[in-house]
Design a protein around this ligand. Structure first.
Ligand code: HEM
Length: 412
């Protein structure tokens, strides 16, 4: 049996031919992973959506029930921060989600537009200065795609600006692949994140701000959230919000720099930026696969594919979004798919934000960030170009998130 190694750099850069082969085999394929475990990968558009909407696929991590009692402050912090809605099923999930959706209501998210513009403008100005002053390539992930979502999440959570560097450091530590950093550094980051959010919640209770997180702390509908739930929610928002959006910004920039015709068209007609962002989400889905699902019973997906009870399953969003049955010429980057055609039709909605009950709570915010920040970047730096061969750029290993790790850019 072929063993899939998600840390293989060639797979990380271009997993699409592999997914196309799996899609041709049937609705779901059982795959052996390099870490010795097995996963069922669902790769077609229809089946991915069906699985994500099917309550027989549970989001509760399998160890949760019998997990050994956490016996250190770091493990306790970690266990507490993991009790979030993405790790839960109805009815817990429904309640947590309803409160979060209220905090992320369109009016509240749209009101962040001017702040996002200001934050993006600050980063782009600094990037332009560095490029002009040093005359050397600058990594756009480090200078733009990574800091912007972190700053925006800081706004959402109402984190004072002085604390954002710390938050960024701890989040980076706990999100790094296993064994990449010393265990003591990771443990310390978990403990500090936990302590930081505990303090933040206390502060929001005493002096609510205008941020979305204050709204969650003070929402008493359905009993509101207890402190443990608020802690886990803050952590989820931080985590779900920054690396995904970072990958969207980096991948969209890379796509535009390698498709100058599309960039020129968006510059001529700013009404196209929304379609550019939708097509970047489809073509370079920032979340390659969903979080793990586990079958609570045997599930027959048709076509002779039966997933047994207790199996680990991933909906591969990146593969669903390249399904030729729904997206003609799926490997081409064609923003005009998402412009209304003469007869008013447009491409099928992509699954980059998931589907069903766990559909991304932050999709409006992520789209807003990209639609504000990308034109600003290309307006300020019309001569921006890649410094290097894009086929050499490394991608993050793993099945969960996908995007270039580095994006060296320069001016002519
Ligand atoms: C381009 C950026 C983003 C992408 C591609 C993305 C994608 C996704 C996907 C695919 C899911 C479902 C995962 C699953 O079913 O296992 C999800 C869930 C979620 N996302 Fe996002 N996301 C993005 C940005 C954000 C932002 C900015 C926030 C908030 C600040 C956010 C908050 C959440 C939350 C809270 C959930 C859990 C929803 C639930 O369990 O009901 N996301 N996201």
């Amino acid at each position: 049996m072929h063993v899939l190694d998600p840390s293989d750099p060639a797979f990380a850069r271009d997993p699409y031919p592999y997914y196309a082969r799996l899609r041709a085999q049937g609705p779901a394929t059982r795959v052996a992973l390099a870490n010795g475990s097995y996963a069922w990968l669902v790769t077609g558009y229809e089946h991915t959506r069906a699985v994500l909407a099917d309550p027989r696929f549970s989001n509760v991590p399998p160890q949760a029930a019998g997990r050994p009692k956490p016996d250190s402050p770091a493990q306790r912090a970690r266990a507490c921060l993991a009790r979030h809605m993405l790790n839960s099923d109805a009815p817990d999930h429904t309640r947590l989600r309803r409160l979060a959706s209220a905090a992320f209501a369109p009016r509240r998210v749209n009101a962040l537009g001017p702040r996002i513009e200001k934050l993006a403008d600050g980063l782009v100005t600094e990037l332009a200065m560095r490029l002009e002053r040093d005359g050397r390539p600058v990594d756009l992930v480090d200078a733009f795609a990574f800091p912007l979502p972190v700053l925006v999440i800081g706004e959402v959570l109402g984190v004072p600006e002085d604390d954002r560097d710390d938050l960024r450091k701890w989040t980076y530590c706990v999100g790094s692949p296993a064994n990449a950093l010393p265990a003591s550094a990771v443990d310390e980051a978990w403990t500090r994140l936990h302590a930081y959010f505990t303090g933040l919640i206390g502060q929001k209770r005493r002096e609510p701000g205008k941020d979305l997180f204050s709204a969650l702390v003070h929402d008493t509908a359905e009993g509101g959230l207890d402190d443990g739930e608020l802690l886990a929610m803050a952590f989820l928002l931080l985590f779900a919000g920054y690396e995904t959006t970072m990958n969207l910004l980096a991948s969209a920039t890379l796509l535009l720099l390698t498709h100058p015709g599309e960039l020129a068209a968006a510059r001529r007609d700013p009404g196209r930026w929304q379609a550019v962002v939708e097509e970047a989400l489809r073509h370079a889905s920032p979340l390659e696969a969903t979080t793990w699902r586990r079958t609570t019973q045997e599930v027959d997906l048709g076509g002779g594919t039966v997933i047994p009870a207790g199996a680990s399953v991933l909906g591969v969003l990146a593969a669903a979004n390249r399904d030729p049955a729904h997206f003609p010429k799926p490997d081409a980057f064609r923003p005009d798919r998402y412009l209304p055609s003469a007869d008013g039709t447009r491409a099928a909605p992509h699954t980059a934000f998931g589907h069903g009950p766990h559909f991304c709570v932050g999709s409006r915010l992520a789209r807003l960030e990209a639609v504000v920040a990308l034109p600003l970047l290309f307006d300020a730096l019309p001569g921006l170009r890649l410094a290097g061969d894009p086929t050499d750029f490394p991608y993050r290993p793993g099945l969960l998130v996908r995007g270039p790790r580095r994006l060296p850019v320069r001016l002519p």
